[in-house]
Design a protein around this ligand. Structure first.
Ligand code: HEM
Length: 281
């Protein structure tokens, strides 16, 4: 019988699942009309496996290579100081680095398209927003355009979530005297903005001491794994001085987040600016 929704909390077991080719991500079907949310999900690396995943990830990595993290940090900070909404400043800074000419159109379309990116069910206007992004980030072969869009889809809510966690963390007494990046690194461990990931066993496989039947799903509990006492000393203490870079919030193994560096630097710029604005109020 397939186990359904088995929760894996141990750090070593989460790592093992993420490295194991028998555990795959839910794959979104292709073939939907070009320029729709369903088309986007069916064409991006995030919801694919195998050769298609590798090819699509290549498009994302090529884009991200052009997005120098130090510049992203500086521009995200400047944009928030100039009054741009924090969630959108990261997207605009990325768009600027990647040569997008109409940043207002980008900032208008990304939230609506992102509303349905992970689930497949967006709010009204999600399809129109995806079509607008395809026009803005095209021309090019469909798959390439889709994965250029994917950069913003992956960045938008995850980075906004990181800022929402890191801002109060940066104001904790334990954060005093530490660089924002160190506070963000510890926030990612202590209070992960995306606290769980899913995998499906495509053939019988083991996860920790559990046998998972083909088709069974596992939920990887990143919050628990990041506080596993086998890995982290005094795991419930918020401590930006930690040196272990072993939180699992950006994934690991077969398909870690390719935007981790950019995400940390964007969030650092935004958090720094929000704290500067707060200090002059
Ligand atoms: C500039 C911001 C970001 C960009 C451009 C970005 C990009 C991406 C992309 C393209 C993928 C899919 C990789 C693949 O299919 O192999 C991905 C996966 C992932 N990202 Fe990010 N990301 C960003 C921010 C974040 C943040 C802030 C977090 C965590 C809070 C995060 C956590 C993850 C995780 C856990 C995965 C793996 C998902 C899985 O394997 O199921 N990302 N990211």
């Amino acid at each position: 019988m397939a186990n359904t929704d088995l929760v894996i909390p141990r750090h070593a077991d989460v790592r093992a699942v993420l490295a194991d080719e028998r555990f795959v991500v839910p794959v979104a079907e292709g073939g939907a009309r070009s320029g729709t949310l369903a088309w986007l999900r069916g064409a991006v690396c995030r919801f694919s496996e195998g050769a298609a995943h590798d090819r699509r990830l290549g498009v994302v990595v090529k884009s991200l290579d052009e997005a120098d993290p130090a510049r992203l940090r500086r521009r995200a900070r400047e944009r928030v100081l100039a009054g741009e909404a924090p969630d959108l400043a990261s997207i605009s800074a990325l768009g600027e680095a990647l040569g997008v000419t109409d940043l207002d159109a980008l900032a208008a379309a990304v939230p609506a398209a992102a509303s349905g990116y992970l689930t497949g069910t967006g709010r009204d206007g999600a399809d129109a927003a995806v079509a607008a992004l395809a026009r803005l980030l095209g021309p090019g072969p469909d798959e390439e355009v889709a994965n250029r869009i994917a950069v913003y889809m992956q960045a938008y809510e995850a980075t906004a979530g990181l800022v929402r966690k890191a801002l109060p963390a940066s104001r904790r007494p334990e954060a005093r005297g530490f660089p924002v990046e160190a506070v963000i690194a510890e926030t990612l461990r202590f209070d992960p903005p995306v606290p769980a990931m899913r995998r499906i066993a495509r053939e019988p496989a083991a996860a920790g001491e559990h046998e998972i039947a083909a088709g069974g799903t596992v939920t990887l509990d990143l919050r628990a794994a990041n506080r596993d006492p086998a890995v982290f000393a005094d795991p419930d203490r918020f401590d930006p001085a930690r040196r272990e870079p072993r939180h699992l919030t950006f994934g690991t193994g077969r398909r870690p987040c390719p935007g981790a560096d950019q995400a940390v630097r964007l969030a650092a710029g935004v958090v720094e600016a929000l704290n500067e604005l707060e200090s002059v109020r």
